[in-house]
Design a protein around this ligand. Structure first.
Ligand SMILES: C[S@@+](CC[C@H](N)C(=O)[O-])C[C@H]1O[C@@H](n2cnc3c(N)ncnc32)[C@H](O)[C@@H]1O
Length: 428
């Protein structure tokens, strides 16, 4: 595909803005497109892909774009666009620019240093190497630096996975069943789903397979009282509501009214009427206290560094700082403590993040168990067997992009120990 050379100017303009890292890349891109309504769908797609390519390859590209005569930003733009749409699809370049791209094309990237090839900031590369070892870090980084496929979740209240595959095929959109979520479908291209009847009628939602699995781990049943503590725009709330077959009561808590507002149209499409969105001020809000000890299941999809979602949000690795991870860990512990108070004895909680770092995952859970003797860990192997999810795990769920083709996710299942009968307590 040949694109008008003018879009290189647009790409450079928005790239400069994105690389200031003052806002998430998708927000900056949406704002730019809103301000430039003349750009068509094809151009917007290419600009966005070029910007994301620069974010994914920033270490390597910055090294090669610097030093030479002329603008570094222009050369970064050329590298991003060449990566996104192919070296041969770029028209209107100077001889010097063509020569620059030809030189880059010849580079064998396997010969670069591991850190440069991983395209991660130093602190993160070091953390990953300490946690996974260098060989696995390289496999992980390679996959984190590629775009994610599009995963869909079928709303079982409205359709079966087979129905949806057939209807998508008519579009024609090829979709394959995901291996771990029985309601998931994977689409390799990025079709515009928003206008499809399947989407408008609530039969499908866009959701990474890993997120679908997290919702299933909670084991919510018909008629139960369930809380989605950090519901956000409700991706997992919708999945939980369908698992509960639209019965019982499902509270969707969040501190962000804006995010919960985004849940409303999704709820309307989904056909769910058991969901009750509640804005809370913080994890100790009185609204939560009123429900203490009464809830059967709680999902804590905690705010986190988001480092498991780099395939979709490659800017996160450059925007995130080690100090923020430390602060995040404190917040996570506080939210987990607040949410745990909701559970009745014998009730279960899933603590989950989309982070790959132990500090936000195992460490938070282990500290919680040390300070909450009335809770016990339910091994993930047991939970996966109960939910018939074909994954091999030990204590925790650890989904890894290079192994499971999902975003990076962590989950642990915690149970409030069942209360002993009064007679037994007296004997002790
Ligand atoms: C990982 S996101 C949730 C994503 C959502 N569960 C989904 O599946 O789409 C974390 C959410 O936690 C919310 N949050 C942050 N601090 C919180 C707190 N103290 N109590 C409850 N929610 C909080 C954020 O507003 C954010 O929406």
């Amino acid at each position: 595909m040949r694109l008008p050379p003018a879009i290189l100017g647009n790409t450079e303009e928005v790239l400069r803005e994105v690389l200031r890292f003052a806002a998430p890349a998708d927000v900056t891109l949406s704002r730019y497109f809103k301000d430039h309504p003349r750009l068509g769908g094809r151009e917007r797609g290419a600009i966005a892909e070029a910007v994301y390519a620069v974010l994914r390859n920033k270490s390597f590209f910055t090294d090669f774009a610097g030093g030479a005569k002329g603008s570094t930003m222009r050369r970064l733009t050329l590298l991003g666009m060449a990566e996104a749409i192919g070296f041969d699809s770029l028209g209107g370049l100077t001889e010097e620019e063509n020569a620059f791209l030809a030189r880059i094309k010849e580079i064998d990237r396997n010969l670069l240093s591991p850190k440069m090839r991983a395209n991660l900031p130093d602190w993160l590369f070091e953390k990953f190497v300490a946690q996974f070892g260098e060989e696995e870090t390289m496999q992980l980084a390679a996959v984190l630096n590629t775009p994610a496929p599009l995963d869909l979740r079928v709303n079982s209240l409205k359709a079966s996975r087979e129905d949806v595959v057939k209807q998508l095929a008519e579009a024609p959109i090829a979709a394959e069943p995901t291996p771990y979520s029985a309601l998931g479908l994977r689409v390799r291209k990025k079709p515009a789903l928003q206008n499809m009847p399947l989407f408008k009628e609530g039969a499908i939602e866009v959701q990474d397979e890993g997120s679908q699995v997290l919702s299933q781990l909670l084991g919510a049943r018909r008629g139960e009282m369930v809380v989605d503590f950090c519901a956000g725009a409700g991706g997992k709330t919708l999945a939980l509501g369908a698992i509960m077959r639209n019965t019982g009561r499902l509270y969707a808590f969040d501190v962000s009214e804006k995010r919960l507002t985004k849940l409303k149209p999704r709820l309307a499409r989904s056909g769910l009427s058991n969901v009750h969105p509640v804005v809370i001020a913080h994890e100790r809000d009185v609204k939560i206290k009123r429900l203490a000890g009464k809830i059967d299941r709680v999902l804590v999809d905690a705010p986190c560094s988001g480092l498991g979602t780099l395939r979709r949000n490659p800017d996160v690795k450059w925007r995130q700082q080690p100090q923020a991870v430390v602060e995040m860990q404190e917040k996570q512990a506080s939210i987990l403590d607040g949410a745990a108070r909701l559970l009745r004895s014998g009730g279960r909680l899933v603590y989950a993040t989309c982070s790959l770092l132990n500090e936000e995952n195992d460490v938070v859970v282990e500290q919680f168990l040390e300070t909450h003797p009335d809770f016990q860990l339910v091994p993930m192997s047991q939970v996966l067997a109960e939910q018939k999810i074909p994954l091999e795990m030990d204590k925790y769920l650890k989904l890894l992009p290079h192994k499971h083709e999902t975003d990076g996710f962590f989950a642990a299942v915690l149970e409030r120990k069942p209360m002993k009968p009064a007679a037994e307590q007296e004997e002790e």
